[in-house]
Design a binder for this molecule. Structure first.
Ligand SMILES: Cc1cc2nc3c(=O)[nH]c(=O)nc-3n(C[C@H](O)[C@H](O)[C@H](O)COP(=O)(O)O)c2cc1C
Length: 330
């Protein structure tokens, strides 16, 4: 019988399926449901600097906190404190489950990242995931500036904590391998590819803008997991579009050390995890893979290049033009 136990960012996982940061992991009850469903680890809902805004909004109070009040909180150093509720939840849940709990942070002010990180580690988080997000809209801001921002945040957080730290990237970056390489050299323990966002839409009838729930893109994640795994000195996890056991197997073959899932749990409920695990196990048995490492990265770009399985094998990950593909098929 295949053994699904594995390691991700230095943490021991009973299997590589990880529930990604979302509302599913926002409460103690939610986290325990994930644990009982059988996953290997959970990433908590991101702790946003603007948590105060979110909490006010959720309680349905009239309007959100005024920007002036937020400025006041910032000036008074009150935003330096991670919400007590989250820290208490980590402490409580850690007493009831024995899988790694990875906390997630998203801040605006650079100085708050290490402050939140320190408090989450103190509460008992086994690892951290930095949900670094900003849309590069400034006409005068070059890409390099955004990339350096990632490194600056990672460096500050690594100085503040001793638990492993992952960085969850957005896909709209100029050179993902180069940034991944630099983050790994700076001590990043894992890269999570990729984050998901709400997308803009326009209501043409009422001439209004609105937001839609975005969708994780499985193939985009597969491409970049395969291109980075084994080439950067840290683990790589996939996040986006996993809907079936075959998708989990594909991401591991591409080199993922962990496969994060989210939407599938909303669509198919928590029971789906048991099915995913038993199908992965059956596939491993069929292919005589006793442990995850036996096939992890077998079809990564690096492995394909090294073993040179044939012209055209490795370039599947960077071939983008249809013309060439069609020409080949004729
Ligand atoms: C309701 C919801 C809330 C989410 N909240 C967060 C969040 O707080 N932090 C984060 O890094 N990602 C968040 N995500 C993104 C997911 O972690 C994941 O990266 C994304 O949904 C793509 O994976 P999927 O295709 O398996 O859903 C959220 C996703 C959903 C659907």
């Amino acid at each position: 019988m295949a053994d699904l136990a594995t390691s991700y960012m230095g943490l021991n996982l009973r299997n590589p399926i990880v529930v990604s940061s979302s509302d599913l992991t926002k409460t103690k009850e939610g986290i325990i449901r994930c644990y009982e469903a059988g996953v290997g680890a959970v990433v908590l809902k991101s702790l946003f600097e603007e948590q105060f805004l979110i909490e006010e909004d959720e309680e349905g109070k009239e309007g959100l906190i005024y920007p002036e009040a937020l400025d006041y909180l910032r000036r008074g150093g009150l935003l330096e404190y991670a919400p007590e509720k989250t820290c208490q939840m980590i402490e409580d849940v850690k007493k009831e489950i024995d899988i790694p709990v990875i906390a997630s942070i998203n801040c605006q002010s650079p100085r708050l990242w290490p402050s939140f990180a320190r408090q989450l580690q103190k509460a008992g988080a086994d690892g951290l995931e930095l949900n670094i997000y900003f849309l590069p809209i400034g006409l005068d801001s070059p890409g390099k500036e955004y990339e350096e921002y990632h490194l600056k945040i990672l460096n500050e957080v690594k100085k503040a904590v001793s638990i492993p730290v992952a960085v969850k990237l957005m896909s709209q970056l100029t050179s993902i391998p180069n940034l991944g390489y630099k983050l790994a050299r700076a001590g990043c323990d894992a890269l999570v590819l990729f984050n998901w966002f709400v997308e803009p839409d326009i209501d043409v009838k009422n001439l209004k803008t609105s937001n839609l729930i975005g969708k994780g893109n499985f193939y985009q994640s597969l491409r970049w997991v395969a291109l980075l795994a084994g080439r950067v000195d840290c683990d790589v996890a996939s996040s986006g579009g996993v809907r079936k056991a075959e998708d989990v197997i594909k991401q591991i073959l591409a080199g993922a050390s962990a496969v994060q899932v989210c939407t599938i749990l909303y669509e198919q409920k928590f029971e789906v995890i048991k099915g995913l695990l038993s199908e992965v196990e059956a596939w491993m048995d069929e292919h005589q893979n006793a442990v995850i490492d036996d096939f992890k990265g077998e079809l990564s770009f690096k492995k394909q290049e090294l073993t040179f399985k044939g012209i055209g094998e490795a370039d599947a990950y960077f071939r983008a033009q249809y013309l060439k593909t069609f020409a080949r098929e004729k």
